[in-house]
Design a protein around this ligand. Structure first.
Ligand code: NAP
Length: 302
């Protein structure tokens, strides 16, 4: 059996087209477009490339994109003042502070200063609480878990009554996706187990999963014999295991592996996400969706 591939690269294109069409409609009817500001502190090359991709994607879907680059030396007070400025700016619907921040700045303090109704990353405690309550309370599900749920739904996998096992309990992936899958409603209503390093028998839990979501950051952690035949396997792990020369560009690039032994797992699973090209492309896509939704909430369209 060869599993159906769930490709984030394809799903991203479909969602970005839907967002572009909606932005156009809102612009025609209401004369506004979603505004997203990305605050970048310092010159960390990885952060610059993430921010560049976010800005390019924002432009592609028709957003007003503001890139606010600040020097590494900015004080915490000045950064808080900047956030306050964007909290009050009517043309901005989403505020994103690229992490990590320099050591002299308290990240938590900065993230908690963002207006929860502009917190399109979904990390503010108010939005974490809204996610826990579920239903109409939810405004901004965090982007990677939202992408995972969207992939499961768009792949046509039944979630109602499914045994979902989540490997990992981080605040950005494991806990929120587990919480989302147990809510009553579309794309959820599952029976959820979370496993972690304190779990006694990881294999036995994975083996009964109809949907196995793995976010551990350990290459090849999940063995093929842990996968239930026909299961949907979502591999969130992105692990750099070496370097190679790109055939396209001739430049050195990282060799990436997931948390699942993909080649063997695809012969057992019913559907599976590859690494790269699986969950990865969904995170920025869902950031765009959250920013669009922020404007829709404001206009009373949601
Ligand atoms: P994290 O904060 O390091 O959390 C990892 C979780 O996995 C922890 O809860 C840890 O358990 C658990 N874990 C680690 N080793 C384990 C083992 N041997 N057995 C059982 N549980 C184990 O990581 P994260 O931020 O959630 O990210 C996880 C992976 O997803 C990383 O590879 C990351 O790069 C990737 N990721 C990808 C995207 C994307 O594609 N867009 C986004 C976010 C993350 P304890 O709590 O007991 O320590």
């Amino acid at each position: 059996m060869t599993a159906k591939l769930i490709l984030g690269t394809e799903i991203r294109e479909a969602i970005l087209e839907e967002i572009t069409a909606e932005v156009k409609q809102i612009k025609e009817k209401h004369g506004v477009v979603p505004g997203l500001v990305t605050i970048l502190v310092g010159e960390n090359p990885a952060s610059i490339s993430y921010v560049t991709l976010k800005i390019q994607t924002g432009h592609r879907v028709g957003f007003k994109e503001v890139q606010d680059s600040q020097p590494e030396t900015i004080s915490e007070a000045d950064l808080l003042a900047l956030i306050d400025k964007y909290n009050k700016d009517d043309s901005i619907n989403g505020i994103l502070v690229q992490l990590p921040l320099p050591k002299h700045i308290d990240e938590k303090k900065i993230l908690n200063a963002i207006d929860p109704d502009k917190d399109v990353d979904g990390f503010h405690p108010v939005n974490v609480g809204r996610l826990m309550i579920g239903g109409a309370e939810v405004k901004f599900p965090p982007c990677t878990p939202a992408g995972i749920q969207e992939m499961i739904v768009r792949a046509g996998v039944e979630t109602k009554g499914a045994e979902v096992v989540v490997v990992g309990r981080s605040n950005i992936v494991g806990k929120p996706i587990a919480n989302m899958m147990l809510q009553k409603g579309k794309g959820a209503n599952s029976t959820v187990t979370i496993v972690h390093t304190g779990t006694k028998d990881l294999a036995s839990h994975c083996k009964r999963a109809d949907i196995l979501i793995v976010a551990a950051g350990v290459p090849g952690l999940v063995k093929p014999e842990w996968i239930k035949p026909g299961a949907c396997v979502i591999d969130v792990g992105v692990n750099r295991v070496g370097e190679k020369i790109s055939e396209k560009t001739g430049k050195k690039i990282a060799i990436l592996r997931g948390d699942v032994d993909f080649d063997a797992a695809k012969e057992i699973a019913g559907s599976i996400t590859p690494v790269p090209g699986g969950v990865g492309p969904m995170t920025i896509t869902m950031l765009m969706k959250n920013t669009l939704n922020s404007l829709k909430f404001k206009l009373g369209l949601m």
